[in-house]
Design a protein around this ligand. Structure first.
Ligand SMILES: Nc1nc2c(c(=O)[nH]1)N[C@H]1C(S)=C(S)[C@@H](COP(=O)(O)OP(=O)(O)OC[C@H]3O[C@@H](n4cnc5c(=O)[nH]c(N)nc54)[C@H](O)[C@@H]3O)O[C@H]1N2
Ligand SMILES: Nc1nc2c(c(=O)[nH]1)N[C@H]1C(S)=C(S)[C@@H](COP(=O)(O)OP(=O)(O)OC[C@H]3O[C@@H](n4cnc5c(=O)[nH]c(N)nc54)[C@H](O)[C@@H]3O)O[C@H]1N2
Ligand code: SF4
Ligand SMILES: [Mo]
Length: 714
């Protein structure tokens, strides 16, 4: 036995727990929460343990694949890259950069080699057709934060340890472990907060796990958040509850905001959200009265038609009750590296812009450099100049994760060339002509670029690889650099170090560092704490940088140097809310849900997560079930104009009447994949029920919740 102990940041969700991994040779012996971790202090969930299964999964790709005559064949790295050159470059040369689209998915944010180097490839391509999972997720919040505070990543998080009242809208951190809020062990922190007299209120169409562990639960109509939020803001003005406190001299647009919300009293909003006016008024009063309170909203509020308005109004509430940038309220983390809101002149900046380009078919504006994911299929299908003829997919599985996967599948089949950087042959990558596999996370180093900007506590952590990478396999950052050189017409076969030095010059202070280590060190040394990689590396478990501190006005990067309370583009969208209020709300609505043993679409092949009862079930309120003739364990047909699916029924009094729930990320029964375990219990793809065009027009984010469906006994 030569047992070794390693420290590793878990890459499987936003909680980013520190793990203690014991290994012997090439074997993982055990995975536990790392007690010394400054952020997670020993916490982990069942998914953390599955890193062993992921590392050992026989279906995980370890060699490039090239499709020949419809069959994938193993290839060397040189052969695979040469095939990319042979197939991709003629498309670029003949049809121009927009003919090649690139799409990047969620796991990339947990792999610095992908997150830091994908932009290099995107720039080299020069295509307007850049897509990502952000428009299936948090783009509305990034847009509203950008408009209000001046940068896309200036998203405030609840300061739960010091709060007295937490109101949660459309998030289930008990299961998801937090999102746009890196908060390992939400359960423990919430329990401690309640034990010292704090209150938690959850507003959700389903009495979620988080709602069960709260003091109060209120059901809301799917998609109804904008009405509730307008009702709350209206009440704060109407009842004289606005107290900006320390923020008074830092806000702009208060009068415009007051005028803009005046047509939306709670009495008028109640029908849209299903929450009585008196309850809306009570919530507003409680938020205003609590010494330290915070309203937190997440994906349930983003994946809606009014996602950006919701995201904006949530921060507006926190500002109007004087709890933004205040202990126990919504506070801004200060990351040790890579945060734009710690760079440049403090207090003001260029702000953000959108719409520098538009999508060709639907004219959707570019937001944060991207087009909406649910425009990808039409860009491939619609002939004409600028039509997408090739796709580079990086760590994404839109055939399951994005709306209308069946249509996207057909569109991908029609491409002239598709390249995937991925670790599985799955629903999306089966359409590729070449697949280039990434390293197992345990073979890769890691430093979180994004999550310290969203963490409950300031910190800096680094993890080294647990295992050496297999001989001959490049790291993902090296693949991306070679591809970038290739599409720029440079000699992509040359020495990787020369390619790297040309793209990211070494720093004279640490010329020996290469790859992501070079970027991390530079980021840390130019960051607000003036750390270095050597210092962080020397401290397994990380360096604690303390509780969140007030950051207004220093953090602001708006041209005015103020918090913009009333961005004109958002006020201009309010009339659409009036129109939506007039729409009928009858019929069944479908919402999603997450499960502790899932990670979007790609972890159903891992034995420790796949075991246990079937989780891809349709939750139905018992009263609805009786009316519809549905029984526990029986089958239901869920259908609309987009699709008709058969789902196993599970009765649940947690569901609001008129609302049913299916998890996303299932449907592993498509031909041509290599996901043996997932294929045994494939489940169904709820996103097939979502038509492509439904999105928040401001941010381009897809509507993924509140889908109108018919439900019948099958
Ligand atoms: N209905 C509904 N749909 C949803 C959601 C919802 O709530 N409801 N949630 C949305 C959200 S929040 C998100 S973020 C998206 C996610 O959507 P995607 O970003 O498409 O993510 P996944 O479906 O998780 O697919 C991840 C892909 O990355 C690959 N992968 C995993 N690890 C690695 C690696 O280390 N290297 C490489 N190169 N590839 C890797 C996997 O094999 C898989 O192909 O789904 C969205 N879809
Ligand atoms: N176990 C597990 N953890 C995960 C993931 C996973 O797939 N599995 N995915 C990760 C990713 S990529 C992300 S982005 C995060 C997301 O993390 P969260 O934002 O916490 O996401 P969910 O758990 O989907 O919780 C969303 C909640 O919104 C509710 N909801 C649905 N529609 C509406 C609505 O119209 N209004 C309101 N108010 N609520 C609504 C749902 O019922 C649900 O309880 O989770 C991450 N963590
Ligand atoms: S909560 Fe998230 S980061 Fe922590 S162990 Fe589980 S999957 Fe990993
Ligand atoms: Mo996500």
């Amino acid at each position: 036995m030569s047992e070794q102990v390693h420290y590793r940041i878990c890459p499987l969700c936003e909680a980013c727990c520190g793990l203690e991994i014991r290994s012997d040779g090439q074997q993982v012996i055990s995975i536990r929460g790392a007690e010394q971790d400054v952020l997670s202090a020993g916490f982990l969930c069942p998914k953390g343990v599955s890193l062993k299964d992921l590392h050992e999964d026989p279906d995980r790709l370890r060699q490039p694949l090239i499709k020949r005559n419809g069959q994938f064949e193993p290839a060397t790295w040189d052969e695979a890259l040469a095939e990319v050159e042979r197939r991709l470059l003629p498309i670029l040369q003949a049809q121009g950069p927009d003919a090649v689209a690139a799409s990047i998915g969620n796991p990339a944010v947990h792999k610095i080699g992908l997150l830091a180097y994908f932009p290099r490839l995107a720039r080299a391509l020069g295509s307007r057709n850049i897509f990502s999972a952000s428009t299936l997720d948090q783009m509305p919040k990034q847009l509203s934060a950008g408009l209000m505070f001046g940068h896309w990543m200036s998203v405030p998080v609840p300061d739960l340890p010091r709060s007295d009242l937490l109101l949660i809208l459309g998030a289930n951190p008990m299961v998801s472990n937090g999102s746009l809020w890196t908060v390992p062990d939400y359960r423990g922190k919430a329990k401690a907060m309640r034990a010292r007299g704090g209150r938690i209120v959850v507003i959700d169409p389903r009495r979620s796990e988080t709602a069960h562990a709260a003091d109060e639960y209120l059901p809301i109509l799917p998609g109804g958040d904008v009405f509730l939020l307008l009702g709350l803001v209206h009440t704060l003005f109407d009842e004289g509850l606005v107290k900006l406190r320390h923020l008074a001299e830092h806000v702009a647009g208060l009068d415009e905001l007051r005028a803009a919300v005046s047509p939306y009293p709670p009495e008028r909003m109640a029908a849209g959200c299903g929450i009585e006016a008196a309850t809306q008024r009570r919530l507003a009063r409680e938020l205003a009265a609590a010494p330290r309170a915070v309203l937190y909203g997440r994906i349930g509020t983003c994946t809606q038609r009014f996602g950006t308005l919701n995201s904006w109004l949530i921060d507006v509430v926190n500002i109007l009750i004087g709890q933004l940038d205040s202990e126990g309220g919504a506070m801004f983390p200060k990351a040790a590296a890579f945060a734009a809101n710690t760079q440049g002149k403090p207090g003001s900046g260029r702000g953000i812009t959108t719409g520098r380009r538009h999508s060709r078919v639907s004219q959707a504006p570019e937001v944060y450099g991207e087009l909406p994911m649910n425009c990808l299929a039409e860009e491939i299908e619609t002939p004409g100049p600028g039509q997408v003829r090739a796709l580079i997919s990086v760590a994404c599985n839109p055939v399951l994760s994005a709306p209308d996967g069946p249509r996207l599948s057909r569109a991908l089949d029609g491409l002239d060339f598709m390249l995937s950087l991925d670790i599985y042959l799955n629903e999306t990558t089966r359409h590729a002509d070449v697949i280039l596999p990434g390293l197992s996370p345990l073979e890769d180093l890691h430093f979180d670029m994004a999550f310290p900007q969203l963490s409950w506590r300031n910190h800096a952590r680094f993890s080294a690889p647990v295992f050496a990478k297999p001989a001959g396999q490049p790291a993902e950052w090296q693949i991306l650099l070679r591809l970038a050189a290739m599409v720029e017409g440079k000699d992509w076969r040359q020495d990787i170090e020369a390619l790297e030095d040309a793209a990211f010059p070494p720093d004279p202070a640490a010329p020996e560092l290469r790859g992501p280590e070079r970027l991390i060190d530079q980021g840390l040394r130019h960051g607000p704490y003036r750390l270095s990689l050597a210092e962080v590396r020397a401290t397994p478990g990380g360096i604690d940088l303390g509780e969140l501190q007030p950051r207004i006005p220093e953090l602001l990067r708006t041209p005015s140097g103020k918090i913009e309370l009333a961005p004109p583009s958002l006020l201009a969208a309010l009339p659409e809310v009036d129109a939506a209020l007039a729409l009928p709300t009858e019929g069944m609505r479908l919402i999603g849900r997450r499960d502790m043993r899932s990670g979007n679409s790609w972890m159903h092949n891992l034995p420790v997560l796949a075991k246990g009862p079937m989780r891809c079930t349709l939750l139905v309120n018992p009263a609805d079930a009786q009316r519809l003739g549905l029984q526990e364990g029986g089958m239901a047909t869920v259908s609309n104009a987009s699709a008709s699916l058969q789902a196993q029924v599970s009765l649940s009094a947690d569901m609001m009447a008129g609302v049913v729930s299916l998890p996303h990320g299932w449907g592993h029964d498509l031909p041509g994949m290599q996901l043996n375990l997932a294929g045994e219990r494939p489940g169904i793809n709820m996103n097939a029920l979502i038509g492509e065009g439904q999105r928040d027009m401001l941010s381009g984010n897809a509507v993924l919740s509140g889908i109108a469906v018919n439900v019948q006994a099958a």
